[in-house]
Write a protein that binds this ligand. Structure first.
Ligand code: ZN
Ligand code: ZN
Length: 346
């Protein structure tokens, strides 16, 4: 077994403490990654809130970058010293229809998640990238393109792929008007990707104060969603709307904003949403949802990000201060993603 230092929540409602994380010895197709930067995702916050009494310590983190420090005997894609990125899925069955289609997040045996999952071979629980070292199958690690700032690139591996996948799946491009609901970790990357894909982009936000920030990210229009008159004026305009808001909210105004055959895609996974049936029927609207992206799309996303110079806007935080960062994330007090600096953790 290999030992490294991570940051863990030891008990529900407790404090975040440095914690000895045990990693497996390298299998033939494994690489060891010395993690430098790990993004702080809303999922990590949910996992912290969901930690049960008596559960093993929580080590989150599913968007991280670092350097390859060791390779298993059968590894061919990486060499020691290579910059590497890892996201939310670290293994899958490889043979089901979803896996054969490169849709590993939807593996019928359920994919192995970077943390909170169970290793397919030894049955141990997976611990995430809030740690100085991670061990992963080479086929679920990605070369980090040169030219991207590593800290700012880390969030591409969850927030980035989560937004890029539906934009590509629904063929967002030139000549289209695209809406992005919510400006946060997901939303700010959705704006950057949609603009780079050639679409005209409007941000829907509840906060008028975010207008300047939205325009700095490249948005062409800003709609204050709390303004009923402004929302009514959007009727029938949009080809595609990506909804990144995670709090419960009314989706029907966004269905009204779509043109005929337009698509509203939910990314935020609120507890429930209740589209008005008539608002879907009138204009043959589509309501869909999305979660993550497979390996081919992840490679495409990294290549696209490198060509267009797209990374997240990040605030770097020493790993030991993760508790404070999560508390601020809960208040939406971040522009737009916290990234933990793991480099001085050991
Ligand atoms: Zn995430
Ligand atoms: Zn599968």
């Amino acid at each position: 077994m290999r030992r490294t230092t991570g940051m863990a929540l030891l008990s529900p409602g407790g404090t975040w403490e440095p914690f000895t994380v045990v990693r497996r010895e390298l299998r033939p197709d494994d690489i060891a990654v010395r993690v430098a930067w790990c993004g702080v995702c809303h999922t990590d916050l949910h996992a912290a809130h969901a930690l049960a009494e008596g559960a093993p310590p929580l080590v989150p983190g599913h968007e991280f970058v670092g350097e390859v420090t060791e390779t298993g005997s059968a590894v061919t894609a990486f060499r020691v010293g290579d910059p590497v990125a890892v996201g939310g899925v670290v293994d899958s069955c490889g043979v089901c229809p979803a896996c054969r289609d490169g849709e590993e997040p939807f593996c019928t045996e359920y994919p192995t998640e970077a943390y909170g999952g169970t290793d397919r071979i030894d049955g141990t629980p997976t611990l995430g990238g809030y740690a100085r070292e991670y061990v992963v199958r080479e086929s679920f690690a990605y070369p980090l393109p040169a030219g991207l700032d590593p800290a700012a690139a880390a969030p591409l591996m969850c927030a980035g792929i989560s937004t890029f996948e539906p934009l590509r799946r629904w063929d967002v491009g030139p000549g289209q008007l695209v809406g992005v609901v919510g400006l946060g970790g997901l939303g700010h990357l959705a704006v950057k990707f949609a603009v780079a894909l050639g679409a005209r982009v409007a941000v829907f936000t509840t906060s008028p104060g975010k207008e300047a920030a939205a325009r700095e990210l490249g948005a062409h229009e800003v709609v204050v969603s709390a303004d009923a008159e402004a929302m009514a004026a959007q009727a029938g305009r949009f080809d595609f709307i990506l909804d990144t808001a995670s709090a419960k909210h009314d989706v029907t105004p966004y269905l009204h904003a779509l043109r005929v055959d337009g698509t509203l895609c939910m990314l935020g996974i609120p507890d429930r949403y209740e589209p008005e049936p008539l608002a879907m029927a009138f204009g043959r609207k589509r309501l869909t949802a999305s979660a993550g992206g497979g390996r081919p799309r992840t490679r495409e996303m990294l290549d696209f990000a490198a060509r267009h110079g797209i990374v997240a806007d990040v605030e770097k935080v020493p790993a030991r201060e993760v508790g404070a960062a999560l508390a601020r994330l809960e208040r939406n007090d971040v522009r737009w993603r916290f990234v933990l600096d793991l480099r001085d953790l050991d």
